[in-house]
Design a protein around this ligand. Structure first.
Ligand SMILES: [Zn+2]
Length: 486
């Protein structure tokens, strides 16, 4: 089954064929560093990360670039409000952004260019547009002439025939009704304060849209994939196409991929409704970042995602269940013969999972294959009908799924504590699953094992019961015991 993606440009699913064999050049519109990113923003970044992980799983080499917009109308407004330099102000939110994506286990991109570090490249780019007749000098800036680019509107589907010739929009964000010539370069005015660059255009600064055209091309050349949220289709991406293709004289991006909005408790996120969350807000409330990631990726990226407290709790349960499974596999030990059912289950899980993911990254259709696999192997493990080698194979399969989903599922297994005690001439292993216990309880566990070795079942059970009343659960394993909390 070939890999297909829905392309916003052609409005259909297309077979994925990057320009260079097995190498993908992907650009993701990154954060405007004027505030803490909210979970709707993180939906975009988790989507881009899942896409990259899946392409890597499919043996593509992915060159991924994500920009930081650190000069635009919003960053300048914020810096002036707080009396900081633009750099001081944007550094604060850039730092927070990198902490946040790390918490969400998002793989680092190849580079994170900052707009303020490519000003000269932007000037050169705009000079070419002027020379080619696509841009002109207005009274307050340099503008892109959309009538010079006949396919303007091809991404967002807007019609431009009703436009007033020469009508211009200076601000970075505007809606479809105001489609008109847009600012590539803004001459300084007092609202910009001390934010300006002295260039051959005079004192000024770039418009938002030109930044992404220049940063993406400088880092990657033409692109195979460009991603962003649906709210960026117009005007941002429409304008990126116009500038870049006018500059290049050829197509700029092969596949445009956009993720849908995120709703919170069924409504559009907004500060006034009190349903506006940054990642930090959720982490402060004690939510598990991997559950947040799971919830963000579990819906299809082209469907609206309703982020609710209930859904988050259920994501937490799911992630914990997957972690426990990985942990159990990593400690499973048995001298049984290999069970052919394991390899069969692995094959079936990957076939189903990949078939769904190959079809425009259909995560919600892929996940049930993972859960079926978990149930099947769990029941073989519980009934002891598999070998240690089978457990290792199942563990490796889980690590492949874990790479694609990015849920850090083996963290607990990695950190799990265990110790061994010699009892009756053999090794008795105690493993602590997400629990710390004191010496007294450890001695009780050993005492219970001594009773078991001498077949004093009643006494052994009495200790187990007394621990259970304290919320400590003992589960016997092949050569030891697992200790966890109720
Ligand atoms: Zn952008």
């Amino acid at each position: 089954m070939p890999l297909v993606f829905y392309n916003t440009l052609t409005k259909k699913k297309e077979r994925f064929r990057p320009r260079r064999d097995r190498e993908v050049r992907m650009y993701n519109c990154g954060p405007t560093v004027y505030d803490y990113a909210h979970i709707g923003n993180f939906r975009s970044y988790v989507f881009a990360d899942t896409l990259r992980r899946y392409l890597e799983h499919r043996n593509y080499k992915v060159l991924q670039v994500m920009n930081l917009t650190d000069v635009d109308d919003k960053t300048i407004r914020g810096a002036r409000r707080e009396g900081l330099t633009l750099r001081e102000y944007t550094d604060r939110y850039a730092k927070a952004f990198f902490e946040d994506i790390k918490a969400l286990n998002i793989l680092p991109a190849k580079s994170y260019p900052r707009a303020t570090e490519m000003i000269q490249e932007m000037v050169e780019f705009i000079k070419v547009l002027i020379k080619k007749g696509h841009a002109y000098r207005g009274e307050d800036g340099i503008y892109f002439d959309i009538s010079s680019f006949p396919s303007y509107g091809k991404l967002s589907g807007i019609e431009i025939k009703n436009l007033k010739a020469g009508a211009r929009v200076r601000q970075d964000e505007y809606d479809k009704e105001n489609a008109q010539d847009f600012a590539l370069w803004k001459f300084w005015d007092e609202n910009d304060g001390d934010v300006y660059w002295e260039t051959e255009f005079g004192k000024g600064r770039p418009g938002w849209h030109i930044e992404c055209s220049v940063m993406s091309m400088k880092e990657l050349g033409t692109l195979d994939i460009h991603t962003g949220g649906v709210d960026l289709i117009f005007p941002h991406h429409e304008n990126e196409i116009a500038q870049s293709e006018a500059f290049l004289g050829k197509p700029f991006v092969k596949y445009w991929m956009h993720n849908e909005h995120l709703l919170v408790e069924g409504r559009k996120m907004s500060k006034s409704l009190g349903n506006f969350f940054t990642l930090r807000d959720l982490l402060k409330k004690g939510h598990d970042p991997m559950a947040i990631r799971y919830l963000l990726l579990s819906a299809h990226y082209r469907a609206k995602l309703n982020f609710t407290e209930n859904a988050l709790r259920s994501a937490e349960n799911t992630v914990n269940r997957l972690r426990r499974f990985v942990e159990d596999l990593s400690f499973y030990s048995s001298k049984r013969k290999n069970n052919p059912a394991i390899e069969k289950a692995i094959r079936k899980a990957f076939q189903g999972f990949e078939r769904a993911m190959d079809d425009d990254l259909n995560v919600p259709e892929a996940l049930p294959f993972l859960f079926d696999f978990v149930s099947e192997v769990t029941s073989l493990m519980n009934s002891g009908e598999m070998s240690s080698a089978d457990a290792r194979k199942a563990y490796e399969a889980m690590m492949d799924f874990n790479f694609i989903l990015g849920l850090d599922l083996n963290r607990i297994a990695r950190e799990a504590k265990r110790e061994s005690v010699m009892l009756g001439g053999r090794e008795f292993r105690i493993r602590y699953s997400g629990i710390e216990i004191d010496e007294e309880i450890k001695q009780k566990i050993i005492e219970r094992e001594r009773f078991r070795l001498s077949r004093q079942w009643k006494e052994a059970d009495r200790i187990r019961e007394s621990l259970r009343r304290k919320g400590i659960v003992l589960e016997d394993e092949d050569n030891g015991v697992k200790v966890s909390r109720d």
